[in-house]
Design a binder for this molecule. Structure first.
Ligand SMILES: [Mn+2]
Length: 467
């Protein structure tokens, strides 16, 4: 494994270093945002002009955002699975480089690619790949390891194994050597260790499920109060987990272990490795990898990935305040969306119900809102929410949700949206129970009608099979 991966990295690094200018095309989630920030900084340090484009998804309509110029197009955290699209768009192998961790799609054009899956590495994200390329370009770039850890954690690479492993773990060590990462082994493996009061941190967690603590911050507080630990600071504010003295953290962990054992539950997911960033301000989401990643995801969801990019580059003024606002308001905006759907009401067709939310809400959350609204509406009919894209006026985002009841009666939203969107020149897919699509704005009506017909056919066919 060693040799091919070194060779891939060397080739990619040389290609970038030889470019006159580079366009990075990356994804809007935490991994994509940190990937772009790593690459853009590494490339700028070489004195090469670089610009960036963020995409929600690499689909036909998004391709128009990929410039037709003589720059090297660096597709990152996307591209491997959509090489056919690059080919259709007329991109040559000479002007493309793909850095990805998704499964590759076979393609006639041999686009050069660095993909950790080719090395047998599955627990690493695009930010990890990008970092390894950056380090090959310049071995002094280990300050960027921190962003690679954010991307890896954001893409859930630490989730199953309670910490990063393999190559992704080696990247952590670079950050430790540089001095901007502190590893806490066997730490509480829980979201919010830098920003949430301990009882809230524990009470919002259910992996592992702890009886009398999980999903109940008040019960978690009563549990902690019995341990005789100082939970507040001298000013009377709640302490966060990261600030608790070592002995108090140990006391809480052993009490939680006892509680798990007493209820016959496994303890192995209680502890994991956490990654603290000592160069960031305490009690902010920037202090650890998982909260940092959530902050970047919030930027992406609000169609502001570039704000996340500025944070990754060290900006802590306006960009940080904007991101914090987006993070803090995520829940309340979903609640507003739900109320908007229920107050405005949906239009009912024979086999679906739909609503257009215009540009009132970020397109990236309408799917969540649709799912929540379904249980309060006629849950037998799948719900479709259409929304405008602020930065793409000609494109409409479509989200659909249904439930197990409908699935048992033949509904398959992934099939319905894939077929109907293709007919109008869009693209869609997902899962049977939840799917999405991007379609041209001027063909919305035709599209809705087409989805309704497909859903009618699906339930008719399922009805026949029952007999
Ligand atoms: Mn990714």
């Amino acid at each position: 494994m060693e040799m091919p991966f070194k060779r891939d990295l060397r080739r990619a690094a040389d290609r970038i270093s030889e470019a006159d200018r580079v366009t990075i095309i990356s994804h809007i989630d935490a991994d994509g945002i940190s990937t772009e920030a790593i690459l853009a900084q590494a490339i700028a340090r070489e004195g090469i002009p670089v610009s960036s484009v963020f995409l929600r998804q690499l689909e036909p309509m998004a391709m128009r955002n990929v410039p037709r110029d003589d720059s090297l197009k660096l597709f990152a955290d996307l591209g491997a699975g959509q090489q056919g699209l690059l080919e259709e768009h007329g991109l040559s192998a000479e002007e493309v480089l793909i850095l990805d961790h998704h499964v590759s799609q076979p393609c006639g054009t041999a686009y050069p690619q660095v993909n950790c899956l080719d090395w047998g590495v599955t627990r690493m994200s695009a930010a990890g790949v990008a970092y390894m390329v950056a380090k090959t370009i310049d071995p002094d770039s280990i300050d960027l390891a921190k962003l690679a850890v954010v991307g890896n954690v954001g893409d859930m690479m630490a989730r199953e194994t309670c910490g990063l492993v393999g190559l992704a773990r080696e990247i952590v060590q670079d950050g430790v050597d540089y001095g901007n990462i502190i590893v806490r082994e066997r730490d509480l493996f829980c979201y919010g260790i830098s920003t949430r009061p301990v009882h809230v941190c524990l009470g919002y967690n259910d992996d592992p499920y702890i009886d009398g603590v999980s999903n109940n911050p008040n019960a978690a507080l009563r549990f902690l109060e019995k341990l005789n630990i100082e939970l507040k600071n001298r000013q009377g504010g709640w302490l966060v987990w990261e600030e608790l003295p070592f002995d108090d953290r140990r006391t809480i962990i052993s009490a939680l272990v006892q509680q798990l054992i007493a209820h016959g539950r496994e303890c192995d997911r209680l502890l994991g490795e956490t990654y603290i960033f000592p160069d960031e301000q305490e009690r902010t989401p920037l202090r650890n990898a998982s909260e940092y990643a959530t902050l970047l995801n919030a930027c992406g969801r609000w169609a502001n990935p570039k704000v996340g990019g500025r944070i990754c580059r060290g900006e802590r003024g306006v960009a940080y305040r904007e991101a914090e606002y987006m993070l803090a308001n995520h829940r309340s905006v979903i609640r507003d969306l739900l109320n908007y759907i229920l107050d405005t009401g949906v239009t009912e067709l024979s086999h679906l119900q739909y609503i257009h939310t215009g540009d009132h809400f970020p397109d990236t959350i309408v799917g969540i809102g649709a799912g929540m609204a379904l249980s309060k509406l006629d849950w037998r009919k799948p719900i479709m929410v259409l929304s405008a894209l602020v930065d793409e006026p000609d494109v409409t985002k479509v989200s659909m949700r249904t439930n197990q009841w409908a699935l048992a009666r033949g509904v398959d939203l992934q099939e319905a949206l894939a077929q109907a969107s293709e007919r109008v020149g869009g693209a869609g897919g997902g899962h049977r129970i939840a799917a999405g699509a991007f379609i041209p704005r001027d063909r919305e009506e035709e599209f809705i009608d087409s989805v309704n017909r497909i859903l009618r056919r699906q339930s008719a066919t399922a009805g026949k099979n029952d007999r």
